[in-house]
Design a protein around this ligand. Sequence first.
Ligand code: GLN
Length: 324
Amino acid sequence: MPNRDAPDPDGPNRKAPNLKAVVREIADEMRQRTDRGEVASYIPELARVDAGAFGMAVIDANGNIATGGDSDVPFSIQSISKVFTLTLALGKVGDRLWRRVGREPSGSPFNSIVQLERECGIPRNPFINAGAIAVTDLILSGHQPREALGEILRFMQFLADDASITIDNAVAASEQRTGFRNSALANYMKSFGVLDNPVDYTLGVYFHHCAIAMTCRQLATAGRFLAHLGRNPDTGMSVVPPERARRINAIMLTCGHYDGSGEFAYRVGLPGKSGVGGGILAVAPGKASIAVWSPGLDAAGNSHLGRVALEALTKRMGWSIFGQ
Ligand code: GLN
């Protein structure tokens, strides 16, 4: 005979889960998993990373931070930088940006060239490589590459409130030596007049902003404005207007994981952006900014355990934007 007075642990009055305990639990579970995916090797320097690493940092609306695993180890943020270059470029040129780049999911791999010919050199969205290169080109206009790169790096340092963040030049040089696909994409767009600057300059800035190294803690801090209507709730400092934060989140949800974006929305249910360094930045609007890192990737080039960990987090915290 069930005790009618005993509280139902899953009922409406259940206690809010303890974020710190949940994050610790997930980090422990991830450490034990043997399915880790494959570390990216097409950028030779990234292949040297320890496939066993796992880190997670979650910052809630009150600024409480919960961390687990290797949350203070810097890793190559790669395509996660595209969220921040998009934010910067929108600040510079506003909605004119959408003349150069679309905002539809591509359903193709991140480095695909197939849609560019049919669509006159206009990339589908700012998060596939072609789109991010076009965004970098907009930031570069009117500047020397070194200045543009300095502006991007300073923006990251400002958002993360940490002036120690740097670019890993070995990773940038490694990609510069082997980035034949990205060169092809950039040259192809240039032939349609979609890039204004010399291809080498634009690619140089692109490779270097992808090579920014950050920890989960720094990345989660940098993403806070996206979770809180465009402003950092601690400092009250506005980074973008609320409407822009909402729209960046929408593009992260629909395009942030390339041809794995549907699966990420289905399983995790948050706007997120992955990078081939194995990081993912995810945003629980009004609730938290989250960064995870596990270098092994799935077939679409997204962190395998990063996604598994985020799925566990949103489920246990009830944070999916689509409901419980
Ligand atoms: N720098 C990487 C590239 O251009 C970024 C790709 C990614 O992280 N998905 O290939």
